[in-house]
Ligand binder design. Structure first.
Ligand code: SF4
Length: 462
């Protein structure tokens, strides 16, 4: 039984129901609940009892935290507390996402068996899904499953992942497909649980092979690469919408990088549902994924490295030469905001221009330019733009540097300390940036007595 509204304002059902039904559930009047109307007004005594007498158990000190808990805590400490009190979001029931993750794991282990029995597996997945999701357009659901499965198969086949044999086989009973085919987990690459005390991170990785981490996304939203690189930087979060805040990328890299000696790590998000929309629009099937790369150097080390210099496609920089490039950039490095092209121009344009004309005796004719103005715009600024793209490159894939992860780890440590302090007293109702929109979308709005839904700041694009 659930209260649907109070003082003409509707209550939002817990997010759990969205997961269970695998669709947006915005009120308790949704057919999913078989609603029955009962009119009831809570007495003052009952309200006071809830406010004063129900004191939740305090949360134990933690040493590590998952990326989803980090997100909850960042969005609002109270939200984190509620999520802990209402239980883990670890799901054992059959949502679309869980079923496709199960298929991905099974296909990685037994591609031949999975391919030969693909129709049978699809039917079984639909059957399991229908247990919780009886209504709706099953033909459309079937298409989504089929597209998701196809994307998984194509992706795994195309990447030729190295498979690491387990020393001991492990039962796969928690994955219904392993149980259905009487198979065991024979590789250690999938559903890898980790706890890293040094970084303060714990988690579960969908797939890891060599230096490649893969995460399957079953939601529709395909983050842009620019968002992916910005999303974990607190100073950028305060300047932009925080709707997409996601600590997953730095958390997984942070939790895994100690396993690799100063090596690059590739991170791939495979977007399983993006292909469906393209197919429905009549386009060819294609796998949709985003890349990020961890560079085991600080950003400064990388920008000043010969490796970076060689990637800058510029005849002017070739004339300048690596050592001179390094010296000029290093002198101004601390003054530059590499996210801001104007800052790069302001600090470096004159220096490179002066060096070119005075030291290298470059002539405008050499670069086929009629004036210094066009030389600066078409040659110097064009070369410098590439320095900006080292930080925010959306053409290929973004880089995440060693010091990005170091500063992320500091943030994690600070959050863990705060959580442990709060658990000894109380978690404040403090939506990030004071945004009422965070309360509006919060799964716990209907039980959160001191929410900021009415008093917070409104930001339309949140
Ligand atoms: S409703 Fe607002 S204040 Fe309450 S837990 Fe959610 S985000 Fe925090």
């Amino acid at each position: 039984m659930a209260l649907d509204s109070k003082s003409s304002s509707g209550f939002i059902p817990c997010y759990y129901f969205n997961i269970l039904a695998d669709r947006g559930i915005e009120s308790f009047e949704n057919a999913f609940f078989n609603p029955v109307k009962i009119e009831y007004a809570m007495s003052d005594a009952e309200k006071n009892y809830i406010k004063n007498e129900i004191v939740p158990d305090k949360i134990e000190d933690i040493k590590t935290i998952s990326q989803s808990d980090l997100k909850n805590y960042y969005l609002c400490p109270k939200k984190y507390e509620y999520s802990k009190l209402t239980g883990s979001e670890e799901k054992t029931f059959f949502t679309k996402g869980n079923l496709l993750h199960a298929f991905a794991e099974f296909y990685f282990h037994y591609p031949d068996e999975a391919s030969e029995n693909i129709d049978r597996i699809l039917e079984e997945m639909i059957k399991q899904y229908k247990v919780f999701f009886k209504e709706g357009n099953m033909a459309a659901e079937r298409t989504e499953f089929a597209v998701g499965m196809k994307a998984i198969m194509k992706f795994i086949d195309s990447k030729l992942f190295v498979k690491d044999k387990r020393e001991d086989t492990v039962e796969g009973k928690d994955n219904f497909l392993f149980a259905m085919f009487g198979k065991e987990r024979i590789y250690s690459n999938t559903e890898l649980k980790f706890v890293n005390l040094k970084s303060g991170i714990n988690g579960k990785i969908d797939l890891i092979s060599g230096k490649t981490i893969v995460d399957y996304k079953t939601g529709r939203q395909n983050k842009t690469d620019a968002t992916l690189i910005k999303e974990f930087k607190p100073h950028l979060l305060t300047e932009t919408s925080i709707k997409d805040v996601n600590f997953q990328t730095p958390a997984y890299i942070s939790g895994q990088r100690d396993n690799f000696e100063k090596e690059e790590i590739e991170f791939i998000y495979l977007h399983l549902m993006e292909s469906r929309d393209k197919i429905l629009k009549g386009n060819e099937f294609e796998i949709d994924y985003s890349f990020l790369k961890y560079i085991p150097m600080t950003f400064k080390e990388y920008v000043l490295s010969e490796g970076c210099f060689k990637t800058l496609n510029s005849d002017f920089f070739v004339r300048v030469g690596y050592q001179n490039y390094k010296r000029i950039v290093e002198e101004k490095f601390e003054l530059i905001d590499f996210y801001d092209l104007n800052s790069i121009f302001k600090e470096l344009e004159d220096d490179f221009c002066t060096f070119g004309f005075q030291e290298l005796k470059i002539t405008l004719k050499e670069f086929k330019k009629a004036s210094e103005e066009t030389f600066r715009r078409d040659i110097i600024q064009k070369s410098l733009k590439q320095l900006s793209s080292v930080r925010t490159d959306v053409r290929k894939y973004p880089f995440i540097f060693e010091d990005d992860i170091d500063s992320f780890n500091e943030l994690v440590k600070k959050m863990i300390d705060e959580i442990n302090d709060n658990s000894k007293s109380d978690f404040p109702n403090m939506p990030a940036l004071g945004l009422r929109n965070i309360c509006r979308d919060c799964d716990y709005l209907n039980i959160c007595i001191n929410n900021k839904f009415w008093t917070g700041v409104e930001i339309e694009d949140y």
